[in-house]
Design a protein around this ligand. Structure first.
Ligand code: NDP
Ligand code: 2IT
Length: 449
């Protein structure tokens, strides 16, 4: 059951539904933010008068394009490319590219919408955007991925620029794909414009810690939530869904801070090992060999693979959903709570359904919503942009220190805002309200944009 929305906001939400039919994930993301904003309009009536919320729900620009390419057998393939440039009140459009067969406009718009508030929370000068394609990289050769990326960038390049729009990775897009795209951008434009993409390789303008940043940041955020309750990760059993970029570095940092990560997954099943997941084996399997999580159990004898299993049935104190949207529903949340879960850090974007979020909040679980908890990735992208602009590169230690400070600041901002608005401990309210106020104030200052 959805929560009740403020009566001024309900018609705005109805209009979003009417104007964007069928985009269910986008509706979900908008609803969650709007549900938190009633008390803000009481304090700041000018936002309603100036129709800031209606404006924020309408992307500044949406680009949809054909991506033709040839597979290894010489057959022509056609995919669809997207870039939704949602909001540039705080800086150039910034947000990742997702390659996954489930991608359609509604997914890119939900991600772009979330990105506006996430980027605002980082305190850094970045607007919100998202892009991607329904291209499925699974089972494709490196040559096929390269030809796809080149074709994708052959259209996208005209919309980008270090002061205009700066993409990065997301599901299915890492340093390899960004390398192919950067190469094509450079060929077409005849410019070595490092600041046009982030998440670049370390040899060609990337930042140390960017690869680790989302996972590390999520765990830093969880550690802060626990600290605010006089607790820590030390000795806590953790479960991390997914086994991609965010999952791997969440596992690394959670282990470093004293947690024991007993399970991780991919879309086919999960592995469980009470002794803890071995990071060296996992990285070799996923990052180097690009194989399936099933094979982890062939390499580590104490691990057990559960085909099609629900990873949220594994008992844990800390859950770090790091795979995809809506992967924890109300029932999963209640199972986790019943098994003693006390903290959730959303490494993925919108991994918990509204029903699940309510269950966690009602049970008093420390719940870190994605737009706050996983903001370390994009924040470190902004640090990469800073390094590119000054033609400098920072040490691992310094960059991680900056990331850690940023995550602490985001935590404190969400925590304080939740208190200020009468909902102490509710980081969903804190994140949505604090993220919104900064963007709304900037938009109001800039006149009718
Ligand atoms: P990767 O492509 O590196 O890994 C994704 C992982 O999640 C894989 O294990 C994949 O399994 C699993 N997964 C993906 N889609 C689904 C699905 N529909 N159902 C079940 N499992 C799925 O992506 P990332 O680690 O980069 O991203 C994971 C999440 O984190 C996404 O929600 C992304 O938006 C979010 N995020 C990423 C950031 C980044 O910097 N990369 C920053 C902030 C958030 P399989 O191989 O079987 O598909
Ligand atoms: O969802 C996200 O914040 C990302 N995929 C990272 C975006 C970025 O520009 O680094």
């Amino acid at each position: 059951m959805p929560c009740k929305m403020d009566e001024k906001l309900e018609p705005i939400y109805q209009e979003v539904l009417r104007r964007n039919p069928g985009e269910t994930e986008f509706h979900q993301a908008v609803r969650e933010v709007l549900e938190c904003l009633g008390p803000v309009l009481v304090k700041r009536p000018e936002f309603a008068e100036q129709k800031i919320i209606q404006r924020i729900c309408e992307p500044e620009r949406q680009i949809i394009f054909r991506v033709p390419w040839q597979d290894d057998r010489g057959e022509v393939q056609i995919n669809r490319g997207f870039r939704v440039e949602f909001n540039s009140a705080l800086g150039p459009y910034k947000g990742g590219l997702r390659f996954h067969p489930s991608v359609y406009l509604g997914i890119i718009k939900f991600l772009g919408f979330e990105q506006i508030f996430k980027n605002s929370l980082t305190g850094l000068p970045i607007g919100g955007a998202k892009g991607g394609s329904d291209f499925d990289p699974k089972g494709r050769s490196a040559g096929e991925v390269m030809r796809f990326c080149q074709s994708f960038m052959t259209e996208l390049y005209r919309h980008l620029g270090e002061h205009t729009d700066v993409p990065a990775g997301d599901t299915g897009v890492g340093a390899r794909e960004l390398g192919f795209m950067f190469g094509q951008y450079k060929r077409i434009t005849n410019r070595y414009e490092s600041g046009v993409l982030t998440g670049k390789g370390l040899d060609w303008g990337g930042s140390l810690v960017r690869k680790e940043a989302t996972g590390y940041g999520t765990v830093f955020f969880v550690a802060e939530m626990l600290r605010a309750r006089g607790d820590s990760l030390e000795g806590k059993t953790c479960v991390v869904s997914g086994s991609g970029n965010v999952a791997i570095y969440s596992i690394e940092k959670a282990t470093e801070l004293g947690g024991r990560v007993v399970a991780c997954s991919d879309s086919n099943g999960y592995v469980y090992d009470e002794h803890g997941i071995r990071l060296d084996v996992l990285r070799q399997l996923k990052e180097v060999e690009r194989r399936r999580i099933r094979e982890y159990a062939d390499l580590v004898k104490t691990a057990r693979y559960v085909e099609d299993g629900n990873i949220w049935t594994v008992p844990c104190k800390v859950a770090l959903p790091s795979a995809t949207q809506n992967e924890i529903n109300g029932r999963d949340a209640r199972t986790l709570i019943g098994n003693g879960c006390i903290a959730v850090g959303e490494g993925a974007n919108m991994p918990t359904t509204p029903d699940g979020v309510r269950a966690f909040l009602d049970a008093g679980v420390a719940f870190g919503p994605g737009k706050a908890a996983n903001a370390g990735g994009v924040a470190t992208s902004a640090l990469e942009m800073q390094q590119n602009a000054s033609r400098d590169s920072w040490s691992f230690e310094y960059t991680e220190k900056r990331l850690h400070e940023i995550m602490r600041n985001i935590h404190d901002l969400c925590h304080q805002t939740a208190e200020e608005y009468g909902t102490p401990g509710n980081y969903v309210n804190g994140a949505n309200i604090a993220g919104f106020i900064k963007v709304a104030s900037a938009m109001a200052a800039m006149g009718l944009i």
